[in-house]
Design a protein around this ligand. Sequence first.
Ligand code: KG4
Ligand code: ZN
Length: 386
Amino acid sequence: MNILAIETSCDETSIAILKGETSPKIEGEVLSHALNSQIELHKEYGGVYPTIAKREHAKNIIPLLAKALTDADMSSSSAEVENVSEEKKEKVREFLSREPELAEALITLSSQIKKPDIDHIAITYGPGLEPALWVGVTTAQAISALWDIPIIPVNHMEGHIFSVFKKENQFEIPEVEFPLLSLLISGGHTQLVLVKNWGEYEIIGETRDDAVGESFDKVARMLGLSYPGGPEISKHAQNARENNVTPNILLPRPMLHYDNLDFSFSGLKTAVLYELKKHDSINEDLVGEISLEFENAVSDVLEKKVKHAITQYNPSTLILGGGVSANKHIQKTLENLCKESGVTFLSPEKDIQGDNAIMIGIAGLSHIENSLENPDALKANGNTRL
Ligand code: KG4
Ligand code: ZN
């Protein structure tokens, strides 16, 4: 079975085509992956600007679809093309009425290639930036109408959980012992999720204010580092650590000793602001010290909360996911904790740590297997699904 997966929840437009099986287990290969990152465009605003994100998704989504189809060997020669009916073209124009150029680009593509061998479309329906999500969802609806392919809505955070099952060009969901624990850390979210079964989730802890990635980005901005701030801070922190720098600064570890699994990161940002006020200028040494102490503080809090969750729920496995999973120090800290606790540690490969459609496709395949074709939206103290 072939899956076309689409992800447009933030600043990455991504299309993947997966060939997979759901029985006896979920496994398969990535036939193609086309991605456009808007990071360079958003840099000058110091964060993602929703109107620009939407415009860029609308501009790039059909060229990326064409590339993904070609790379998956699914855009056959024009001799085999069947005519698309006027009725179907009208449906495409209806779904994409607010983006007429996108509609025409899709109609043109459909007149150049044969209907591709796709069985399902997996689409990120949320959470994310509303205008950005809208482009992906309406494009998926238009493709669905054009080629009569059913849609599987996938939660973006659930996608990050499934990202750990890709290895190079293959993916496979192994036999696991439930429950699993997942720490999802990204620019928009910080969640501890108890995976009771595939498709059955409970959020057991989350941030009360800033997400981890967001706090990295905000502190980076205060230090004069560019967006996205996570990789910049971690680079400076690593440098300082390698040079045996001992920070003269002590930042708080918010909610470290609270007897719950929630997080709070906005106080850390404020503490950095007060620290900076003590200095007339920001030099390299200060950037290094603050980056190191900040990364240590975040990592200490994540470690403590995960440890607490492991004691409370006794999971077989910890799945780390989301853009911040790229942070080597956080990875190492959690990996060591898992070793000590006898818990299997899984984290995504480098090319799938950020937002991408491959993880959405794998999660989509699991929805087919588990007959979860209409997942509810993420519930705050959710009992069932992400
Ligand atoms: O999951 P993601 O790609 O997009 C969202 O859904 O938010 O996460 C992006 C976030 C950004 O805040 C970025 O600064 C952070 O991930 N990030 C990092 C690192 N690489 C990316 N944070 C800390 N250390 C890193 N190495
Ligand atoms: Zn994400």
